[in-house]
Write a protein that binds this ligand. Structure first.
Ligand code: BGC
Length: 255
């Protein structure tokens, strides 16, 4: 088992990529804290599923856009498992609005849930890691759009671009404590965030044609990379982004 006794917190852990990370980490022996902000019943059934398979998971209701809630969330890992080893900043939303259409409220929400959460999550986790004597990993689930414009989804791109620089700068600042900070940049993944695309056959046709591997990612494609990065096998990786996108970012339209 690659993550035996690793104490890992997953934000937005009860659906989409987060849920796949919870299941994959628990299957590798990790002790998991599942953060959620809605759907408590789905969280309970996910925890039951982990436990039925012999794993360990607990839930914590915490709104990641509030640093006070992030404290509660990290404390849950420390109180339950005695320490924190990995924080996965996974929770994210998008508004699919252009610059001209994005309201102040849209902007504030996207930046708070996607970026402020990762900033203060990283800060609070780093303080916990240092108080434990160093080591530890922050994994941010970013996006190809940390680097690649997505017209019509601009606040999300701004937030993910911010996470890119958070990872690089925090990784540099925290290296002396043995703390690693790494981004994973997924492409298009079959999760609720992409439901409007999946429900539209025309959009799906175009999307698949733009992906060299000719399929959307499944949440497990991302969770498997999380397991690798959180394991001892990736101990020299920090302050960088791992792209998991089926090649979509290479942008070849094959005209
Ligand atoms: C976005 C999706 C988009 C995908 C590929 C993701 O980060 O959330 O809306 O389809 O990137 O462009």
């Amino acid at each position: 088992m690659l993550l035996r006794d690793t104490s890992i917190v997953v934000t937005g852990g009860n659906s989409g990529i987060g849920e796949a990370i919870v299941l994959a980490a628990a299957a590798e022996g990790a002790n998991v804290v599942v953060d959620y902000v809605s759907h408590p019943d789905e969280t309970t059934s996910l925890i039951d599923k982990v436990e039925a398979a012999g794993g360990h998971a607990v839930g914590v209701e915490a709104d990641v856009s509030r640093p006070a809630d992030l404290h509660t969330m990290i404390q849950k890992a420390v109180d339950t498992y005695g320490r924190l080893d990995v924080l996965v900043n996974n929770a994210g939303i998008e508004t699919r609005t252009s610059l001209l259409d994005t309201t102040e409220d849209d902007f504030d929400k996207v930046l708070a849930v996607d970026m402020k959460s990762a900033f203060f999550g990283t800060q609070i986790a780093a303080k916990q890691f240092i108080s434990q004597g160093g080591g530890g990993l922050v994994l941010n689930i970013s996006s190809v759009h940390e680097d690649w414009p997505m017209p019509g989804n601009i606040a999300y791109c701004v937030a993910k671009g911010g996470i890119r620089m958070l990872t690089r700068t925090a990784g540099v600042e925290l290296g002396e404590h043995g703390i690693r900070v790494v981004n994973i940049a997924p492409g298009a993944v079959a999760t609720p965030i992409n439901a409007s695309t999946e429900d539209d056959p025309e959009k799906m046709k175009k999307l698949k044609a733009a992906i060299p591997l000719r399929r959307m990612a499944q949440p497990d494609d991302i969770a498997d990379v999380v397991v690798f990065l959180a394991s001892g096998k990736a101990g020299y990786m920090t302050a960088t982004t791992v792209v998991v996108d089926g090649g979509i970012m290479q942008g070849s339209v094959g005209l």
